[in-house]
Design a protein around this ligand. Structure first.
Ligand code: PAZ
Length: 346
């Protein structure tokens, strides 16, 4: 038995019981992000997706000890009807994400590839979405289908890399289509990547819509043109900014890289810096729609802006800028892991 205590917690403190000078405790405020998740249903498959991601992450934590990167890729859709006939979309084909994923794999990372369904995928991107029909890669010889010799050497290189990723279970493909699916999936994966601590890297290259139509305002059926006098006026809400949730709550030990796309070069750097100040993450990679395959700029709070550019010759020879971007990101991630581990030991 512990010695008899001189205080009781169950008794009211009589000296402050009728004190009316204590200020009101403000009611707990819900953030825009919390409100979003309360007002929007998760996709039905989320539990299944979560189990798949957990299994992948556990596999790498136990077996490979690889760093894990979440690459987001492609554009989100904004449905205008519940039974969706029409939706708002954007330009992104997923080239940045799919190409980057390949270079992460080549550099020893395990990759969770969160992509717009039917946008470009690592490895298959070399043959899908081209003006060629896939049958153009083949020929008939001796009554058998063969790979066309014009493509065979290049295809062998891609095939070997693809098989290496498959055999080491290093690539997990997770699809989304709508902005709601994207947001729920990003949250779920981020919370799982919490287990990976500093070895998790977020590389957010998806083009996520800034505006959406809340489920509460969405018509159930196809919008009828007769009912609105032939006009369609859409009143969209801003998508809550989830990056601060990611940085502060979902995966606080991970390194986070976001992309900033603009079309006006005079505001790119300013917008990238604003994002860093607002979300307090580690790196913004700025790019312009018109030149995104040739040049990008790394913007951080503690270093001068760093442009990465392909020469005209390199661009003409189909060099990929991601071949330079990814090692530069990985170098920063390694530094991040080292610094955070040193800080933990202090
Ligand atoms: O998919 P893609 O290769 O055609 O385009 C890539 C990109 C421009 C969407 C990407 O590099 C990017 O900037 N994503 C972030 C967009 C933004 O929310 O600002």
């Amino acid at each position: 038995m512990s010695p008899k205590k001189s205080f009781h917690t169950s008794n009211p403190e009589t000296d402050t019981a009728i004190d009316r000078t204590i200020p009101d405790f403000p009611a707990a405020q819900l953030s825009d992000e919390d409100r979003y998740f309360r007002a929007h249903k998760p996709p039905k498959y989320l539990d299944e997706l979560s189990a798949e991601v957990s299994e992948f992450v556990e596999f790498h934590l136990k077996n490979s000890k690889k760093n894990i990167v979440l690459v987001t890729s492609g554009g989100t859709t904004v449905p205008l009807e519940n039974n969706t006939v029409r939706f708002i979309d954007n330009f992104s084909a997923g080239t940045r994400g799919a190409t980057s994923a390949e270079y992460f794999l080549e550099n020893g990372y395990a990759v969770i590839f969160l992509h717009r369904e039917f946008s470009l995928l690592p490895y298959s991107r070399h043959y899908s979405h081209t003006t060629n029909c896939f049958l153009d890669y083949m020929t008939e010889e001796d009554n058998k289908v063969q790979i066309n010799r014009d493509f065979a050497d290049e295809m062998l290189v891609v095939l070997r890399k693809y098989n290496a990723a498959k055999e080491s279970n290093s690539l997990l493909l997770i699809p989304f289509t709508t902005v709601n699916q994207y947001l729920y999936t990003l949250k779920t994966i981020s919370e799982i990547l919490h287990r990976v601590d500093t070895r998790a890297l977020f590389y957010l290259a998806a083009a996520v819509s800034d505006f959406f139509l809340p489920q509460s305002k969405m018509p159930q059926h196809k919008i009828q043109s007769q009912e609105s006098g032939g006009k369609l006026i859409i009143d969209l809400e801003p998508v809550p900014k989830f990056l601060s949730r990611l940085v502060d709550n979902w995966a606080p030990a991970a390194m986070i890289v976001s992309f900033k796309l603009e079309t006006d070069n005079t505001i790119l750097i300013k917008k990238a810096k604003n994002a860093l100040t607002r979300y307090q993450h580690q790196l913004v990679i700025g790019n312009l729609l018109q030149t995104r395959k040739k040049e990008v700029v790394f913007v951080t709070t503690d270093e001068p802006d760093q442009w990465i550019k392909l020469t005209d010759e390199e661009y003409k020879n189909k060099e990929e800028i991601e071949k330079i971007i990814i090692p530069a990101v990985i170098e920063r991630h390694h530094k991040w892991i080292k610094q955070r581990n040193e800080n933990k030991q202090k």
